[in-house]
Ligand binder design. Structure first.
Ligand code: AP5
Length: 204
């Protein structure tokens, strides 16, 4: 679809950067945004959420944003070039002052991971928040009472979960060597503490 075309910017500055890149993965409502807030507070990293970037594009009122909204409201994945392009642009704009990047909600398909590592650079650590569907559903329905998000309703939550399960296993397999899996049913504080142990090791 022409309205969804996106050119990935020149990423040579990112390829040379010597700061860590950490992917934060997990199903909808697993706590990706929550743990990122805590990690930003401790480490001063730059938090880049694929969902937030896409929602900002929707809010901009552009033709592309309107097309993205249709896809996101169905709980489906937007085209990889769009989301990778937005992430790369944001990383470039923050690079000068960043201490490291938390990439939240990307990759969501095996090919997204391959393209990120090709166009940007290999990630240093993958944190996977593993939670049961019923826990994630309950959290999102609760958040939906106040979030105002078009996709926090029962029907779209089910579709988001299905989309997640359709793609997640190959990603977990591909990055198992650099992956920390956290039982995301623990408290936010416990999840954060487990992540911090691995990040401290990475930064040594
Ligand atoms: P996105 O915005 O990334 O949504 P999501 O993955 O569905 O995840 P959420 O942001 O809803 O949840 P979260 O895991 O961050 O949990 P949170 O911390 O908020 O993506 C939206 C859409 O954009 C996608 O459906 C897709 O269409 C598109 N998209 C995004 N990335 C894409 C990509 N790479 N490729 C293609 N399309 C893409 O917590 C949720 C709630 O639980 C909160 O109320 C929180 O307080 C609570 N909570 C969190 N942790 C805990 C805990 N440990 N214990 C108890 N409660 C907790």
């Amino acid at each position: 679809m022409a309205t969804l075309d996106f050119k990935i910017p020149d990423t040579s500055a990112l390829k040379q950067a010597k700061i860590p890149i950490i992917w934060i993965l997990g199903g909808p409502g697993s706590g990706k945004g929550t743990i990122c807030d805590k990690l930003v507070a401790k480490y001063g990293f730059t938090h880049i959420s694929s969902g937030d970037l896409l929602r900002a594009d929707v809010e901009s009122g552009s033709v592309r944003g309107a097309a993205l909204k249709v896809i996101m409201t169905k709980g489906e994945l937007v085209p990889m070039e769009v989301v990778l392009g937005l992430i790369a642009e944001k990383m470039l704009s923050e690079l000068k002052t960043s201490k490291g990047f938390l990439i939240d909600g990307y990759p969501r398909q095996a090919q997204q991971g391959v393209e990120f590592e090709k166009h940007i650079k290999p990630c240093d650590l993958v944190i996977y928040l593993d939670a049961k569907d019923d826990v994630m559903i309950a959290r999102l329905l609760n958040r939906g009472k106040t979030s105002g998000r078009a996709d926090d309703n029962e029907e779209t939550i089910k579709k988001r979960l299905q989309t997640f399960h359709d793609h997640n296993d190959p990603i977990v397999k591909n990055y198992s060597a650099k992956m920390l899996t956290i039982d995301a049913q623990k408290t936010p504080e416990q999840c954060f503490n487990e992540a911090a142990v691995s990040i401290d090791k990475l930064l040594k």
